[in-house]
Design a protein around this ligand. Structure first.
Ligand SMILES: C[S@@+](CC[C@H](N)C(=O)[O-])C[C@H]1O[C@@H](n2cnc3c(N)ncnc32)[C@H](O)[C@@H]1O
Length: 282
């Protein structure tokens, strides 16, 4: 698939995602929160679209030494859940970058609702061609999103361009730990919009040529297997709201696709990695 068609497919995927602003606000309201006086502490349980919720974001921030007052970039920020949580918890300033305009619009509205707009802003753009200045950020991070990007070298070069020398890159992502069959790879590419699921080794080998020195990496695979099984149940629990919003055929397609994806974790073919790397001088 060429770049423009892939970008359009990713956008469609997130425009019709079961986790969305409407669904998040319904859940927050069902828990008894007042939507007109919503706090980040109430929102944080529902707006994170990665594995392990805000705890995982805090662990990534600790590994990447994200601190109060720093200027931070979330690459592929989605609805902005991690960006808001880090700004609220740590007091850093976070810019979220995302390809999907509807995600950026929702991220802005949710951020205004919890009154964090002075610390958190959002930019629509492609992570492989970021509309951001050179050497702007102390820290750059991303969670469970870069698997959508085929060209990891260009992505990492862009991260290096926008980070200050000596700054830290910290990310978690989906990786392959055993070979997928041709059919499995095609299904992940065509349906999940994962054009190439790389190994942890591929990521680690790509960092140094693109201006980063790896500081540490952790295998998250065992924990992610259980999280993914729980996530499939969570998506199934959203059956009624997904059908109301996007129709039965969309729910059934999503369920088939996500069952196959989680099956690859259960089969030990997919896993997860957390990487921390320092930007070195050019
Ligand atoms: C699974 S969501 C993760 C969101 C966020 N990291 C979180 O943890 O809540 C993946 C996001 O990556 C974005 N994305 C995919 N490809 C992208 C690209 N090339 N450039 C920027 N964003 C992209 C999608 O639009 C989507 O919002």
């Amino acid at each position: 698939m060429n770049g423009e068609r892939h970008a359009a497919a990713v956008t469609r995927y997130y425009d019709t995602h079961p986790i969305n602003e409407h669904e998040i606000l319904s859940k927050v309201a069902a828990r008894g929160a007042d939507l007109d006086a919503l706090t980040e502490n109430e929102l944080k349980d529902f707006d994170q679209d990665h594995y392990g919720g805000y705890d995982a974001t805090e662990r990534l921030a600790a590994a990447g030494d994200i601190r109060r007052g720093q200027v931070v970039l979330d690459v592929c920020c989605g609805l902005g859940g991690p960006a808001r949580w880090l700004a609220y918890k740590i007091g850093c300033k976070v810019t979220g970058l995302d390809l999907t305009q509807s995600r950026v619009d929702s991220a802005r509205r949710l951020t205004e609702r919890v009154e964090l707009s002075r610390l958190v802003d959002f930019v629509q753009g492609d992570a492989t061609d970021m509309p951001l200045p050179d050497a702007r950020f102390d820290r750059v991070y991303g969670q469970e999103a870069w698997v959508h990007i085929h060209d990891k070298a260009t992505l990492l070069r862009e991260c290096r361009r926008v980070i200050k020398p000596g700054g830290i890159l910290a990310f978690t992502d989906i990786v392959s730990i055993a070979p997928l069959t041709g059919d499995e790879s095609a299904q992940m590419a065509d349906e999940m919009q994962f054009p190439s699921i790389v190994t942890a080794g591929h990521y680690l080998d790509s960092l140094e040529p693109n201006g980063f020195a790896v500081q540490r990496h952790d295998d998250l695979s065992p924990a992610w297997k259980d999280i993914l099984v729980g996530r499939l149940e969570m998506y199934r629990s959203l059956k009624d709201t997904t059908i109301d919003r996007f129709g039965l055929a969309h729910f059934e397609k999503w369920d088939r696709m996500y069952t196959a994806f989680v099956g690859l974790y259960v089969a030990g073919k997919l896993g997860g990695i957390r990487v921390v790397a320092r930007a070195v001088a050019h």
